[in-house]
Design a protein around this ligand. Structure first.
Ligand SMILES: *[C@@H]1O[C@H](CO)[C@@H](O)[C@H](O)[C@H]1NC(C)=O
Length: 295
């Protein structure tokens, strides 16, 4: 009996080991997608949804991968597919796969955002088997990684950063910035003032948010005191939002108002003095001449 028992134990262990090996080999082909959970989208503008995926079996070439974006509550409702016929009518021509699938990038662009484009939208990748003529595909769906669009109808106001006061004749720097989610058609920032210099920056501030910044340098004059400076952001689609502040210019106290009258005063006095001396000399000469003539 003890030997029977041993045999059972061994058999059981071998079965367990085999089972473990089979299980691990099956689960080693693991797929994962990382999609930003929620992103703001301005109606009329565009939105770029960051998305990436991974496959434990190593990188696969783009030709063997097919990326699809569909609505979460209807897997048949594609908002993006490489075959345009398979895209839902109201998304036709508005979606584009910006990411390279071969680089595990499934970043999606949606243009001309409409008020009902809320989503959620989910990414799904299909592995296309080409080794045999069998057209069956392995499908992997990442419904747990979907994105929701937060609809915004009013364009965000730009933020202005500026020193409290400007000094006449000295460079004055104002920064205007706006956050957006449409890096393929960035907002334009414009100023209502001629400047010596404008520098524009675009910065990725993560989770699909971008910042456009315009740095204005002006050399204010006395007449610019109390002038309103406006930075206007114009978003893709045409929506505009301005932000304004009042410029306060500190005058430089120069000495002209003292020097000019002083120079004029001294000059006049000098001229008058010279004139007096001249007249006196002339008068004396006259006297002498008239005395001589009398003799
Ligand atoms: C994915 O592709 C987009 C669009 O080309 C790009 O902006 C982004 O940097 C890429 N992401 C990664 C992680 O490479």
């Amino acid at each position: 009996i003890p030997s029977r028992n041993m045999e059972c134990k061994t058999k059981f262990m071998i079965t367990c080991m085999l089972f473990t090996i089979i299980c691990s080999s099956v689960s080693s082909d693991e797929w994962k997608a990382t999609v930003v959970k929620s992103i703001d989208a301005l109606v009329g503008s565009c939105v770029v949804v960051p998305c990436s995926f991974s496959h434990t079996g190593g990188n696969l070439p783009s030709s063997r991968l097919r990326g699809i974006w569909h609505e979460k509550n209807d897997k048949k409702s594609n908002i993006y597919h490489e075959d345009p016929i398979l895209i839902k009518d109201d998304f036709k021509g508005r979606t584009k796969m910006l990411g390279e699938l071969g680089q595990n990038n499934c970043t999606l662009e949606i243009t001309q955002i409409r008020i009902h484009d809320n989503g959620p939208f989910c990414f799904q990748v299909e592995l296309v088997r080409t080794e045999n003529n069998d057209p069956t595909k392995d499908k992997f769906s990442f419904v747990e990684d979907c994105v929701e669009l937060n609809m915004i109808t009013e364009p965000p106001k730009p933020t202005l950063i500026q020193p409290k006061t400007a000094t006449q004749g000295e460079p004055y720097i104002v920064t205007c910035s706006v956050i957006h989610t449409c890096p393929t058609h960035v907002p334009k920032l414009t100023w209502n003032m001629d400047s010596t210099k404008v520098i524009v920056h675009h910065k990725d501030i993560k989770h699909g948010n971008w910042e456009t910044q315009s740095i204005l340098t002006v050399i204010p004059e006395e007449k610019d005191d109390n002038r309103e400076i406006t930075c206007t952001a114009e978003f893709n689609g045409g929506l505009k939002s301005p932000e304004t502040f009042t410029l306060h210019v500190k005058r430089i106290e120069n000495c002209n108002h003292i020097i000019i009258p002083a120079v004029v005063g001294i000059g006049t006095a000098l001229l008058f003095g010279i004139f007096c001396i001249f007249m006196e000399k002339k008068y004396n000469m006259w006297n002498r001449l008239s005395r001589l003539s009398r003799r």
